[in-house]
Design a protein around this ligand. Structure first.
Ligand SMILES: [Zn+2]
Ligand SMILES: [Zn+2]
Length: 254
């Protein structure tokens, strides 16, 4: 994606107007997303993680164990092969992403992407194959309500099209309730069969599912499942942030 006049002007003005922090009204420096006060509240994802879903596994005490699967992936293999995420979805990062989604805080999204840009391109370059990046789609009703699509806009800010083709052939055909507040099982029930691939058969074996956040992995699993049904055989998930541990169920199933 080429630079717009606004990008060029922004770069010229950066020395005079330091970049905004994604977490507060303060400013930061260089390619950082958060100021020095917010940064400790925005930890990046640390290993050891589940080798499939990247769930941080505090119990894994050594390198050999760090190649293991978490109990969820051990019980039921997700439709995706790997997950790579930059931040833990917690504290300042979770606040920033909620403000972006529900408050249209686009300066915060720009700040996250400023830090994530090189990480994203290095991550994609390291993935096998040359398949497209597929943003997790929203249903048209929520797009109409929100006015923008967070994963697609994030990919634009990350200049994703410079490293891979971005495909919008995956659509969300069912207007599901919001995932927030649902238990692990409810999230899987809520996303089962809600995505459909539209278009000709894939010409590559691999694809990359992109979302801003991965919490339980239910949405990414459903999106990857639809891509597998379409013919993709190797599916990686890339997300800005990943929930650090299983969320306490809001409601318990009887
Ligand atoms: Zn800050
Ligand atoms: Zn796992």
């Amino acid at each position: 994606m080429s630079s717009t006049p606004f990008d060029l002007i922004g770069r010229q003005l950066t020395p005079f107007f330091p970049p905004a922090c994604a977490g507060c009204d303060g400013t930061t420096t260089g390619q950082r997303a958060f100021c020095s006060i917010c940064r400790p509240l925005a930890p990046e994802l640390r290993s050891p993680n589940c080798r499939r879903c990247a769930l941080p596994m505090e119990a894994f005490a050594n390198h050999r164990q760090s190649t293991s699967l978490c109990s969820r992936c051990h019980t039921k293999t997700p439709a995706f092969d790997t997950v790579t995420a930059l931040w833990e979805y917690d504290d300042a990062v979770a606040d920033a992403i909620r403000r972006i989604k529900y408050g249209r805080d686009l300066p915060a999204l720009r700040a996250l992407c400023r830090r994530a840009h090189h990480w994203f391109h290095d991550t994609v370059d390291a993935l096998p194959g040359d398949g497209p990046i597929v943003p997790v789609p929203s249903h048209r009703n929520s797009l109409r309500k929100r006015g923008f699509h967070v994963p697609s806009l994030t990919l634009r800010y990350l200049r994703a099209a410079e490293c891979r083709r971005v495909s919008h052939r995956l659509t969300k055909t069912v207007d599901t309730p919001r995932q927030a507040g649902l238990s692990f099982d409810e999230r899987y029930d809520n996303t089962r069969g809600v995505f459909a691939y539209r278009g000709p058969a894939p010409t590559t074996q691999s694809a990359i599912v992109f979302d801003d956040v991965l919490t339980t992995g239910a949405t990414a699993d459903a999106a990857a499942g639809a891509l597998r049904e379409a013919g993709y055989q190797a599916i990686a998930v890339v997300a800005l942030a990943r929930a650090p541990a299983p969320r306490k169920p809001h409601r318990r199933r009887s």
